[in-house]
Design a protein around this ligand. Structure first.
Ligand SMILES: NC(=O)c1ccc[n+]([C@@H]2O[C@H](COP(=O)([O-])OP(=O)(O)OC[C@H]3O[C@@H](n4cnc5c(N)ncnc54)[C@H](OP(=O)(O)O)[C@@H]3O)[C@@H](O)[C@H]2O)c1
Length: 329
């Protein structure tokens, strides 16, 4: 089968098209013919392995010290059709159309891959794909959709609340805008000039261009601030929060933790860390919302598998609006 093999840490040229053996499912696994994947920002971060030192050490131990050896195929999101199942599999059958996320097991940049029928947590998640959505769109749902759904469910948004989303034009952000609107919030999206039209197209009520305006200094306040990328200034974001408001930050630093304790002692503002939410129930909740026409993926560009390096270069350059899809014939 055709696959894109990740040959070293670094530039997109490390992703090389090769013929490799087609996998065989174990007794508890399903074999999926992958029809579509994505070039996501986390995929490009893993490829480069330019991450904070502590992650870098752990990930090199996991992927391979000098070059990727244990995990050699990138790609975490997919949509495809089940070709065969192991003898212990009960929930799926050949012909089922599925979508999901493989997490740190990766492997979606290939014509076929195997997954346990019940993957969980960062080892992946799987469900039947929305019936009204082609593979090329369904593949762009799991990462951004699950992260946004999980974050906003922690915030417990009430109708009429003011919600601000930082990084609103990205994979997580475009779902967060749509979900917050679905929950009845008044939504402000913050992103680069080039992403503002996309935010308007998914019904953001207000947009802020972060290259022109600092949302922490414009005097406006919000009930919920969701930072999808961990770039908002901590103290300024708390200042921009109403009393009883919630600030969701994906990975608060150690000093933020100290400030957080001080904050909750002095006021009713909450700081919540939020990544994850990779459960079958959450993926099924997204499927229902898609089938009801409430949310949809924002797709920027599509590339064939053979042009994966070009797709990664586009994402590396920071141009991506929503999602970039990889089509696998
Ligand atoms: N499972 C995982 O691996 C996992 C889980 C949770 C979170 N994450 C993290 O989540 C992030 C990816 O999220 P994503 O895929 O939604 O990102 P994305 O698609 O790359 O979108 C991020 C958006 O934020 C914008 N942005 C950059 N600086 C900004 C600022 N100061 N203010 C407002 N917007 C700004 C970017 O615009 P410009 O680039 O044009 O400036 C871009 O539109 C990664 O950093 C990843 O490590 C990963």
């Amino acid at each position: 089968m055709k696959a894109i093999v990740w040959t070293k840490y670094g530039s997109p040229d490390s992703l090389q098209l090769r013929e490799i053996a087609k996998p065989t499912p174990k007794d508890n696994e399903i074999l999926i013919k992958v029809h579509a994947a994505t070039a996501s920002t986390p995929d490009t971060e893993f490829r480069r392995l330019k991450l904070p030192l502590v992650f870098l050490i752990l990930l090199r131990l996991y992927f391979g010290i000098r070059k990727p050896t244990r995990i050699t195929i990138l790609g975490m999101e997919f949509a495809g059709e089940i070709e065969s199942v192991g003898k212990d599999v009960t929930r799926y059958k050949p012909g089922d159309q599925v979508f999901g996320y493989t997490g740190l097991n990766m492997g979606t940049y290939a014509e076929y891959m195997c997954l346990p029928e019940n993957p969980s947590g960062m080892a992946g998640v799987l469900a039947k794909k929305p019936v009204n959505m082609p593979y090329e769109e369904a593949a762009a749902v799991p990462f951004g959709g699950l992260e946004a759904l999980h974050a906003l469910s922690k915030a417990n948004i009430q109708r009429g609340q003011k919600v601000l989303i930082v990084g609103a034009g990205g994979s997580i952000g475009t779902y967060a805008v749509q979900l917050a609107k679905h929950y009845g919030a008044e939504v402000t999206g913050v992103d680069h000039t080039s992403k503002l039209d996309v935010l308007r197209s998914i019904s953001a009520d207000h947009v802020i261009d972060y290259t022109q305006e600092d949302f922490t200094k414009n005097g406006k306040t919000y009930d919920v601030i969701l930072d999808t990328i961990g770039k908002s200034p901590f103290a300024g974001s708390l200042r921009s929060l109403n009393e009883n408001g919630t600030y969701l930050n994906p990975n608060p630093g150690p000093l933020d933790g100290v400030q957080r304790r001080g904050t909750s002692e002095r006021s009713n503002k909450r700081l919540l860390p939020w990544t994850a939410g990779y459960t079958t129930n959450n993926l099924l909740a997204l499927k229902e919302l898609i089938e009801a026409g409430k949310i949809k993926p924002v797709i920027d560009r599509r590339y064939p598998l053979e042009q994966i390096a070009e797709a990664h270069r586009y994402v590396d350059a920071g141009h991506k609006k929503g999602n970039v899809v990889i089509e696998i014939q």
